[in-house]
Design a protein around this ligand. Structure first.
Ligand SMILES: Nc1ncnc2c1ncn2[C@@H]1O[C@H](COP(=O)(O)OP(=O)(O)OP(=O)(O)O)[C@@H](O)[C@H]1O
Ligand SMILES: [Mg+2]
Length: 236
């Protein structure tokens, strides 16, 4: 699997133990056309997981791209150059901002994954994301599909339980069955540069993320395109 960090905060890059400020080449170089995605990607300490890393310069590249005609197609073009056998899945990690980087990601994606919390105000941001998908389908990516993921769920809280039930009713069939609960282990694992499945493999959070990965791979196998491309964009 290849991870592409499209967030200038570079939290994904950091969470794999890579120091963003030390990078000579980032995903920004490939977006500007001065490098290929394969060229700027590197292996991570996690077996089978590569990353196209980011750093703060991405914020500048976001602005530079904007003046280029067809800028929203840049990432899609770069991804098409990756040999089909290299990866099963490519995950494009977006910041919550609706900038040129995020637009590149959802233009290039087969599936938009939308993590959302079971909170009172979340319904509004979910509607905004659905409108965004409709717009992107019209303008740059007619076949874009999307799925919601409930995360940071607090099962001891009555309102959360009610809102989860409501989401399960309203968001079918576009809701992942797996729900990710609140777990402090998920707060710790990035600091140790490990995925939860290595940092605390027996915890409920690790089981939930494994179940999510299974669901996602079932989805991927049903689609013909290889590698499958998922963009992760938080709602609100
Ligand atoms: N289910 C959870 N339970 C507890 N803490 C969580 C959970 N999910 C994520 N966190 C913590 O919340 C923070 C942000 O999580 P994450 O990186 O998944 O979200 P994000 O929206 O991409 O935020 P960021 O702006 O940091 O990239 C991290 O410190 C993470 O460890
Ligand atoms: Mg993030």
């Amino acid at each position: 699997m290849l991870l592409v960090d499209l967030d200038p905060q570079a939290h994904l890059t950091l969470s794999l133990g890579i120091e963003p400020d030390s990078l000579r080449r980032t995903v920004g170089d490939s977006l500007l056309g001065s490098g290929t995605l394969t060229g700027i990607s590197r292996e991570t300490p996690v077996l089978g997981l590569d990353i196209a890393p980011a750093n703060r310069e991405l914020a500048l590249i976001d602005k530079l791209l904007y003046s280029r005609p067809g800028y929203e197609q840049q990432l899609r073009r770069q991804l098409q150059a990756i040999p089909a056998a290299s990866y099963d899945l490519i995950l494009l990690d977006c910041s919550p901002a609706m900038n040129t980087l995020t637009l590149n990601a959802i233009t290039a994606a087969d599936l938009l994954l939308i993590p959302a919390q079971a909170e009172y105000y979340a319904a509004r941001s979910l509607r905004q994301v659905v409108r965004l998908v409709a717009l992107v389908r019209r303008k740059t990516n007619p076949t874009l599909d999307f799925r919601f993921l409930v995360t940071m769920y607090d099962r001891r809280n009555k309102v959360s339980r009610l809102l989860l039930a409501q989401m399960q009713r309203d968001l079918q069939p576009r809701l992942f069955e797996t729900v990710i609960g609140i777990d402090t282990k998920l707060r710790e694992s990035p600091a140790f540069a490990q995925p939860i499945t290595q940092y605390a493999p027996k915890t409920r959070a690790a089981q939930q993320y494994r179940a999510l990965a299974k669901e996602l791979m079932t989805y991927v196998r049903q689609k013909s395109a290889r590698p499958a491309r998922g963009a992760v964009l938080r709602a609100g």
